[in-house]
Ligand binder design. Structure first.
Ligand code: CO8
Length: 259
């Protein structure tokens, strides 16, 4: 496995655990860290043993405190046009593996947007979500203005974006920003349970279902239905479909193929 400066990466039964490891900077996402996250996703994408990627922050205080503000200070308008963090998060959303954000502590700005780009968010009471970019004279620019409103609705998204308010994990669950709220001590256990529930399913079906939900969300309903229909047709062409349906009829657990 590659050596990283700002991440630690571990693989356990089907899951790649990516830990952002700059606790002294509250896991702020500088260019080096973003490059390393990109590399982990390239590796995960090409590794058939990996079926889910979990992102977490080291140090207990922070998931990620956003883009590195020193580097933002030095960036000009042309620099803001490159794909950068927004491009990386879109790649994460499009990743064929399931992605889970395990959030404890600060998930601010680009850190919150990173969690929003994941398929599932698990958070503790101690989690603090917010988009404080307007305090810096910029706007959430890593998908936050779009993904937050798709996840919690336009009204709540506008409130969070315009006021920069910070909400804890419990409130985040109440408004639908996070999928699961858990005690700090049970965060990893909860993430493992969610991942293992998904890993029991047919891998191709998981990939196709994720694709249909994400891609269908951004287009008109008739096109979305066709995305679902075509994804289903692919699922029907798999050995997993034969095994899954036969296992039910034979009253046994399905044994799905590896990808
Ligand atoms: N960037 C750089 N350094 C940071 C950041 C950051 N985002 N966050 C924290 N740090 C550093 C601090 O400067 C400090 O460094 P030092 O010890 O050298 O002084 C160290 O981390 C510890 O920080 P604090 O002492 O402030 O720790 P606290 O526990 O008191 O507070 C907070 C933690 C609340 C997280 C606080 O540090 C904070 O408010 N950080 C900034 C949060 C923020 O505004 N995030 C949004 C950044 S903008 C963004 O993410 C835009 C994304 C889209 C970009 C698209 C570009 C085109």
């Amino acid at each position: 496995m590659v050596d990283y400066m700002n991440l630690t990466v571990e693989k356990t039964a089907g899951v790649m655990w990516l830990t952002i490891n700059r606790p002294e900077a509250r896991n702020a996402l500088d260019a080096q860290t973003l490059t390393e996250i990109n590399q982990v996703f390239l590796d995960a994408e090409s590794d058939n043993d990996v079926r889910a990627v979990v992102i977490q922050g080291a140090g207990g205080k922070s998931f990620a405190a956003g883009a590195d503000i020193q580097q933002l200070h030095e960036r000009n308008a042309l620099g803001a046009l490159i794909p950068g963090m927004q491009g990386l998060y879109t790649q994460i959303e499009n990743c064929s593996k399931v992605t889970i954000a395990a959030v404890n502590g600060y998930a601010l700005g680009g850190g919150c947007e990173l969690a929003l780009a994941c398929d599932i968010r698990v958070a503790t009471k101690n989690a603090k979500f917010g988009l404080p970019e307007l305090n810096l004279g910029i706007i959430p620019g890593a998908g936050g203005t779009q993904r937050l409103s798709r996840i919690v609705g336009k009204g709540r998204a506008l409130d969070m974006v315009l006021t920069g308010k910070i909400i804890d994990g419990e409130e985040a669950e109440r408004i639908g920003l996070v999928t699961y709220f858990t005690e700090e001590a049970s965060l990893i256990e909860k993430v493992e349970k969610v991942a293992s529930d998904i890993l029991k399913k047919g891998p191709v079906a998981v990939q196709l279902a994720k694709l249909a939900v994400h891609k269908g969300y951004d287009v008109d309903s008739s096109t979305a239905m066709w995305i679902e229909k075509l994804s289903q047709a692919v699922a029907f062409s798999t050995e997993d479909k034969n095994e899954g349906t036969l296992a039910f009829l034979e009253k046994r657990e399905a044994v799905f193929m590896k990808r």
